[in-house]
Design a protein around this ligand. Structure first.
Ligand code: GLY
Length: 331
């Protein structure tokens, strides 16, 4: 559920989509799938986009841009907002635990030079995205997990914190009564946050962070920390990120696929649709949600999901606004 503050930002900044030149499907019509690209900011920079209603996160990125900051600083600052929000039960602090009661976090980050950092199965650290960035910048590795990632975080000045809020603990105790594992589509209109940004120099960066699927098996890791699955960007082309049931994204390496399709000339919209079609063709998708978001170096945006209900947030041209995504399952 979006916080009250987010809704206030949304209402105060809501503008006619015509100003941004957005298509009718992007305004929330959920009409027939469009493959026409649209220009997010009329080619103007910077911009930040995020999965779901994440106005606070895109605003966090925008504050970095206002100070002339880079896309890398913007995506990190942006996704730290939901990571620290106890009301957001699918990211960071307040995330719903696994079936054994552990909040385990996954995150990854990439910059314009193709550098990448990632953490998975990390516990008790509020900002996994910043640990992922530290892995990228301070180690010869890309990915660190579990105890090793935790020790690395502590050695690098991060604090050990309990991330299981009373609200999430109660929800888990309720779940244990039946212990039925069934990921909920569009959980509270939120899920993993993936963010992509283009800065004033037209350089790209991306970030993705999550507490993963609620009540997953202890040790399960999803798509979010996997470079090319949860997120991928390439400064020659653009970037893509994913949300939803990670198993479906991992089996098709959706974010990498989208960037490669854009490299071959697809618009971001066409590339997102093709990545969803790949899931539909090969996986059992009916009861699951996956949403993809993409941007190319022109600032054209694409989004597409398996099921109705996926939204994304775009901050461009001084406007911060949430849009409905088009989707596959129209039945
Ligand atoms: N997309 C988040 C997860 O599956 O863990």
């Amino acid at each position: 559920m979006a916080t009250r503050k987010e809704f206030l930002i949304k209402s105060s900044l809501a503008v006619g989509a015509g100003v941004l030149g957005l298509s009718s499907s992007a305004q929330g019509g959920n009409q027939a799938s469009t493959t026409a690209p649209f220009r997010a900011g009329g080619g103007r920079l910077p911009l930040a986009i995020a999965t779901w209603n994440n106005l606070g996160a895109t605003n966090g990125a925008w504050q970095v841009f206002l100070k002339g900051g880079t896309a890398l600083d913007a995506v990190e600052a942006g996704v730290r907002v939901p990571e620290a929000d106890p009301e957001n039960q699918s990211v960071g602090f307040g995330g719903l635990p696994d079936r054994d009661g552990h909040v385990t976090l996954d995150a990854c980050i990439m910059d314009k030079d193709g550098r990448a950092g990632s953490v998975c199965f990390l516990e008790n650290i509020m900002h996994p995205i910043s640990v992922a960035r530290r892995v990228m910048e301070k180690t010869p590795h890309v990915m660190m997990s579990g105890e090793g990632a935790f020790k690395f975080a502590i050695d690098n000045g991060f604090k050990k914190e309990n991330l299981l809020t009373e609200k999430s603990k109660k929800a888990w105790e309720e779940w244990k009564k039946e212990s039925r594992y069934a990921p909920i589509v569009n959980f509270e209109n939120h899920d993993t946050i993936g963010m992509l940004a283009l800065d004033k120099d037209n350089n790209i960066a991306g970030a993705c962070t999550t507490s993963g699927l609620a009540y997953k098996m202890h040790g399960r890791v999803g798509d979010s920390p996997i470079i090319g699955a949860g997120m991928f960007c390439d400064n020659e082309v653009g970037g893509a990120c994913a949300t939803g049931v990670g198993e479906l994204v991992m089996k098709t390496l959706g974010s990498f696929l989208i960037v490669e399709l854009m490299r071959q000339g697809r618009t971001p919209q066409m590339a997102c649709e093709e990545a969803i079609h790949r899931i539909v063709k090969k996986q059992d998708y009916q009861k699951s949600q996956v949403g993809f978001l993409a941007v190319n170096k022109n600032g054209d945006i694409g989004s597409y999901s398996l099921q109705k209900g996926f939204t994304y947030t775009l901050y461009a041209n001084n406007e911060n606004k949430v849009f409905d995504s088009d989707y596959f399952s129209k039945r």
